[in-house]
Every structure is written in structure tokens, then in C-alpha cells.
Design a protein around this ligand. Sequence first.
Ligand code: ADP
Ligand code: MG
Length: 210
Amino acid sequence: MTITRDDVLNWLNECGRVITENKDYLTQLDSAIGDADHGANMDRGFKAALAKLPSVADKDIGTLFKSVGMTLVQTVGGAGGPLYGTFFMQAGTAAANKMELTVGDWAAALEAALNGVVARGKAQPGDKTMVDALTPALSALKQAVVDGADQNESLRRSASAAEQGMKDTIPLVAKKGRASYLGERSAGHQDPGATSSFLLLKAATDTWTK
Ligand code: ADP
Ligand code: MG
């Protein structure tokens, strides 16, 4: 089984739907430890990215990801937009010229994406950022591939590791981004970016394990 170009398009559309559905939730999380714009930022970015997709819809998966990444960088301010922009642009470089992805290819794209986020934002695991959802998701995915798990099982393990990573941000003290201005007072709140990362990876699992 592989992840086709249509599967990728379906995932990106599902990302847009899920982000809109969770817009207020993400903003509420960001109001506790940030500036209450994460839901609006993500929603604006994905709406713009999806609006541009038809113009590249017949292209390879790398081009689809790069288009989303460039639009996110162009339309979303703050920390989240450029970081997610980097995420999708790096995934796009990893998936360049591919018309379908094996689960191993998806792991390689996710790894490139996460490396891009870390290179740009300099956050380490435990700093209470999106990196705390993405890192365990990638580890679980790679381990599942090594274990010989099938695609569905690998994707499920990855999403559930992202969910755990998201929840594990609650007690953390933020070391990066606006939440870090709060110091110890950032503890006790779930990180908005880790939450949006979980939602995007869960959308991938939900779309691709159908
Ligand atoms: P802003 O903080 O500029 O308002 P958003 O509200 O859209 O941007 O995004 C906030 C999220 O961005 C945080 O919850 C965190 O997960 C993520 N984030 C902030 N700074 C970094 C960083 N340096 N590296 C990785 N993620 C970060
Ligand atoms: Mg914010």
C-alpha cells in the first residue's frame, strides 16, 4: 500500500477542515500562554494554501507540499506560520518528483520537515513547542517501519505518539516562543503548536487509513 497524490490532496483538504473545526480551541490554548492568534493564523494559512492547490493539483507530491509551505510563509505571521511553512517546504524537498509515497517515504518527509522546524526555530524536545508532538510522532513512525508494521498500524502509532507528546507539554515550562515570556507560569497549559501538529498528523492517519 502506498500514499498516492490523491491521498496527499485529501490529507491537505482534511487539514484545512480540521483546523477550521478547531480554530477556537487553538486560539483558546494560545490565549492562555500566548497572544490568542494560533487558531486564526492556522485557519488563514490553510485557507490560502488550499485555494492555491488547484493550480498545482496535477503535479508531484513534492510540488504540492512546497506550494502549501510557501503560502503558509507568505500568509501567516508570527512564529507558527513560518515554522509550518518550513515544515511543508522541507517535506516537499524530501518528496520531490514523487507521485506516491511508501510509509518509509512519508517518514523521510516528516523527518526532513521536523529537521527544518528545528533548524529554523532552534527548539529542542521539552521546550514546549510543536517539536514536542512532532518528535515522538516521527520516532514512533520510524520504529514502526523498523518493526515491519503495516502502513495503517505505522500511521496509527505515529498519531498516538503525537497525541501523547501534545499532552506531555502541559507540565512543561516554555523555553521558546511567546509562551517563554511567562516563564514558570507557562506550566499547566497545553502548547497550541503541539496541538495543531497533533491535529495535522491525526488528519493524515484518519485520511490514509480509511
Ligand atoms: P506566535 O507565537 O507568533 O503568536 P502562533 O501563535 O501561530 O505564533 O504559534 C505559536 C506556536 O508556535 C507555539 O505554541 C509553539 O508550538 C510554536 N513555536 C513558537 N516558537 C517556536 C520555536 N522557536 N520552535 C518551534 N515551535 C515554536
Ligand atoms: Mg500566537
